[in-house]
Design a protein around this ligand. Sequence first.
Ligand code: MN
Length: 332
Amino acid sequence: MTIFEEQKLALLSNYLEDNPKCVIIAHKSPDGDSVGSSLGLYHYLVKKGFDVDVCHPDPAPHFLMWLDGANDILNGEDHMDEVASKMKSADLIFCLDFNDTSRVGRLADLLRNASAKKIMIDHHLNPSDEFDLQFSDTNSCSTAQLIVEMIEAMKDISIIDEVIGTPLYCGIMTDSGSFRFSSVTPQTHEVIANLLRAGVKGYRVHESVYDTNTLDRLKLRGYATNDKLTLIQDGKTALISLTQKELTRFNYQKGDTEGLVNIGLSIYGVTRSIFLKESDGIIKISFRSKGENNPVNVIAQKYFGGGGHANAAGGKWEGSMEQALEEIKRVL
Ligand SMILES: [Mn+2]
């Protein structure tokens, strides 16, 4: 079952007539999927001859800057004036990898007030109805996979080349935990096969994303594993917490703790992993779990003002790290 139904595609084709000015935006705190799907769609639209810009709320993390076009993304932190004028004059705004305007941080009001038609393409739960056209597939492992499926539905699969396909491969790979999460389906591998046929070098994407440690980053992870990782609930739940002070000690750079929560989940017998990080005066919390009847988004939503997928969710705590850890132990 494809979400790219004929009727909706016809509307999209209609929007794309008369050479519209297109802007692609994605959620705040960019990740492999938001940046990968944005750049994949960008290169596709450019190849089709459209006028298109990518505008993100904040800069992409360092481990994605090797992607073709990453340096041309206009971010609201450094280029707010330019971003504002692009969004105001846009005819079409593609909203990727989020489904609620509150998810785009400092660009939220610009998005809400923009006169452009808004097209949402996303895989998160509970899409809001703030968009003119919605392509939502909450079973998909990534938005990047949906972009490939959209290009295919537009009968443009032969247009995909290495430049278009590489960021899309990167988005699927990072959001699916390198093709291992339960969200990965035969369709995911079929999409990946199409990207490889188009000339994408998968090994290069893996190396570029995963073999990029700095010494500080690796030592921070070593410290987190050696000194901070604990097991609770009879060894079923792994817990790691890092305060601002600890992060500073290891010269923390954005992205340095990416994936740290998965270390806990790799321990034999552990079915839940929780990572707490002090950031901008609050405690940000990542939840991961294994298994079909082990939802962590419920905990994230009910107690920590967040949400997400059943096996991968996030939340926050306004208070001290000690309080956050106490609350976690209490609600578990
Ligand atoms: Mn995603």
